[in-house]
Design a protein around this ligand. Structure first.
Ligand code: ARG
Length: 473
């Protein structure tokens, strides 16, 4: 290892052991924060100039040096050396090497403890935007598919048993709702994390006349944090961010599980595009939904990140401890995994087809219209509990006779209940049932179509907004 200049070399004798260098470094993974570290440093330097702690000339030199370093990193020209421990030290050392003494003033009134806390928050704000854009794209894919199947009926399942008929669109829109909550949760995570820890120093702030509000304003934070001890030790927002990722992963895993089942020969409800299937090295006939299985599995990795982050914080002494360095391992892993899963899910949904013929052939099974028949009896004046019992007996009778409810004669109905008339047949059969759904947001075609109109408009405007905000950066 060649010797590097370290800011603390006057304090510690000799060189650190190789084990130390390898073990404490975070540069290998925190270098992805470089842009945020540099904008944070420019804001800090500008504030130092405003407060006359450095001259305007020094500020300009620092700023230009940092911009050059940013360009070198972006172009892959920067030589990272893990002996610098982390991205903060790597950039500072490079800047001092570039501009000399002025560079040595950048760290005035600052510690890596408040610096890293600010960097992560800046990174997370952007990452939240990216995740929200990807969620929107996935929602749009679901809505588009829903639009294609707004009148097609499928069995609705509870306990994975036939429950009541629903339109395929309503089933697909159920995912749009889940991801909508994730979208909103990410926004509120962003609102909570958007305060500036800069100026908190190592733990206690500074005796120098630094202006925390200036850096906060320059970096677009909505406020500053109001306790420096808490500010350097707070990683609540990392837990919350990973939790949001974990819940997105949960939703994705439930979708994946449904479709894995729907792709089986027994169901054959969904057809995935060849480009998103894999095959077997042995069995030539196979078309496997491996991507969906991996989405399901990766949920475990995101949960792992959440538990890791919580455990890193649990029982940790107040303020900053080096334990906190590990936060990045887990926030990056959670974000990367969920980003990839959202992309894959969107691609799969955008290219999938529902096998409506096969689905229709199942609609006569499992007495999907039994609840509708009970509702019919209620409309004829029978109490719901009695109606439930009567329909239960009719279903048991049908099972023995190998009949459907819709195939029973009025005489057969008459053996169990007196109020049934020939209008009963309008309530039987899956198609009749879904068209009879009357309550708001029910799983029928009328309601689904209304929701599709709503979502199309909402998501189109939203995507444009997200996009333009990204463009402005
Ligand atoms: N790499 C460190 C981290 O990510 C930066 C802060 C180190 N601070 C310190 N006092 N050792 O947390």
């Amino acid at each position: 290892m060649s010797k590097v200049k370290r800011s603390w070399e006057k304090r510690l004798a000799g060189e650190p052991d190789k084990l130390t260098v390898d073990f404490v470094e975070s540069l290998s993974y925190d270098k992805r924060l470089y842009k945020y570290d540099i904008v944070g440093s420019i804001a800090h330097a500008q504030m130092l100039a405003e407060q006359k702690l450095i001259t305007n000339d020094e500020f300009k030199k620092i700023k230009n040096g940092l911009i050059e370093i940013s360009e070198e990193i972006a172009a892959g020209r920067f030589k990272f050396d893990k002996q610098h421990e982390d991205i903060h030290m790597a950039i500072e050392a490079a800047m001092i090497a570039k501009i000399g003494e002025a560079g040595e003033k950048l760290h005035t009134g600052r510690s890596r403890n408040d610096q890293v806390a600010a960097d992560i928050r800046l990174w997370m704000r952007d990452e939240i935007e990216i995740l929200r854009a990807k969620i929107t794209l996935l929602q749009q894919a679901f809505v588009k598919l829903a639009d294609e199947y707004a009148d097609d009926i499928m069995p609705g399942y509870t306990h994975l048993q036939h429950a009541q008929p629903i339109v395929i669109a309503a089933y697909l829109l159920s995912f749009v709702e889940q991801f909508e909550r994730d979208y909103i949760r990410l926004k509120s995570c962003n609102d909570l994390l958007n305060v500036s820890p800069l100026g908190s120093g190592a733990i206690a702030g500074s005796t120098l006349p630094i202006d925390r509000k200036s850096t906060a304003k320059q970096l677009g934070f909505s406020d500053i944090s109001y306790n420096t001890i808490d500010a350097v030790g707070d990683r609540d927002f990392c837990v919350e961010f990973i939790f949001n990722c974990a819940l997105i992963a949960t939703h994705l895993s439930r979708f994946a599980e449904d479709w894995i089942i729907f792709c089986s020969s027994e169901f054959d409800f969904v057809w995935l595009d060849d480009s998103f299937c894999t095959s077997s090295s042995l069995m030539p006939q196979k078309r496997n939904p491996d991507l969906l299985e991996l989405i399901r599995a990766k949920t475990g990795s995101v949960y792992g990140a959440l538990i890791a982050m919580l455990t890193i914080l649990k029982g940790q002494p107040s303020s900053y401890n080096r334990d906190l360095q590990e936060d990045k391992v887990h926030i990056f892993a959670a974000a990367d995994t969920v980003e990839a899963c959202l992309d894959v899910a969107q691609a799969i949904v955008s290219t999938a087809k529902f096998n409506t013929e096969k689905i229709s052939s199942h609609l006569d099974e499992g007495f999907l219209d039994a609840t509708s028949l009970a509702d019919y009896l209620v409309e004829k004046g029978v109490s719901f509990r009695k109606a439930h019992g009567i329909v239960g007996s009719l279903v048991a009778y049908c099972e023995k006779q190998k009949k459907k409810l819709s195939r029973l004669s009025l005489d057969e109905f008459g053996k169990y209940v007196t109020v049934v008339d020939k209008d009963v047949y309008e309530y039987l059969g899956a198609k009749n049932v879904v068209s009879k759904y009357a309550s708001e947001a029910a799983a029928g075609p009328k309601q689904a179509k209304r929701q599709i109109v709503y979502w199309k408009k909402e998501l189109d405007t939203r995507y444009l907004m997200l996009d333009s905000r990204k463009r402005r950066k």
